[in-house]
Design a protein around this ligand. Structure first.
Ligand code: CA
Length: 219
């Protein structure tokens, strides 16, 4: 899953970047409202963590512009504990949820997981399909109840496919889930990770759709 982190405070931003990357999310970090706006126009994200008090353009403005473009990307706004008005304004401007600053990182991660779940049209917290189960909260994967160890990037290609059985994702769409701006991408990376996942979870779970991409079949 690819996240945009919008936070102008360098220390908070560094910490969040590390916490989110430890959870295997691909994260791009921008520090002002104009850069946030630009990133959101040019890149697909699965979720945005948006601070409201930002240089250049404030977070509410960025959010309103995003929703005016009819983007449905889940947005989690960050506001100070005593700023009830900001939270209401954020939700009414199109945010899906809020977190309080200073951040409680465990709560933040749980809210991120909940929003990703909802935006995939799911309620249940664990992905289960064809004997494979993935738990995003514990990062545990099993096949027929046997634990399987997946690397961060194997997880990153499998999760979006397993989240929506029947939906075909192109190689480019899967690459987006794997990497943030600063990473080097080798041209066959997605194929390599898909190959590994097939070796670990069985050859039929992820199928290749010639010329289009990959899919976890519905049944
Ligand atoms: Ca700020």
């Amino acid at each position: 899953m690819r996240l945009l982190l919008v936070e102008d405070d360098a220390m908070i931003g560094e910490t969040l970047l590390q916490v989110l990357r430890e959870q295997h999310y691909a994260v791009d970090w921008v520090r002002d409202g104009s850069m946030a706006d630009e990133a959101l126009r040019n890149q697909h994200y699965d979720l945005v963590l948006l601070d409201l008090g930002l240089p250049k353009r404030d977070g509410l403005e960025v959010l309103r512009a995003l929703r005016a473009r009819r983007s449905a990307v889940p947005v989690l706004v960050a506001t100070a504990r005593d700023e009830v008005g900001d939270r209401i304004a954020g939700l009414d401007a199109g945010a899906d949820d809020y977190v309080l600053k200073p951040y409680d990182t465990d709560e933040l991660l749980a809210r991120v997981r909940a929003l990703l779940r909802r935006s995939a049209g799911r309620g249940e917290p664990v992905f289960e399909h064809r004997g494979v189960s993935l738990n995003p909260a514990t990062r545990e994967a099993t096949v027929d109840r046997r634990p399987v160890s997946l690397s961060a990037r194997e997880w990153a290609v499998l999760e979006p496919l397993l989240a929506r059985p029947g939906a075909v994702l192109s190689r480019a769409q899967l690459e987006e889930k794997l990497y943030s701006w600063k990473d080097d991408i080798s041209s066959n990376a997605v194929e390599v990770y898909i190959h590994n996942v097939r070796k670990k979870l069985g050859p039929d779970l992820i199928q290749t759709v010639r010329g289009l991409g990959y899919v976890v079949p519905r049944e």
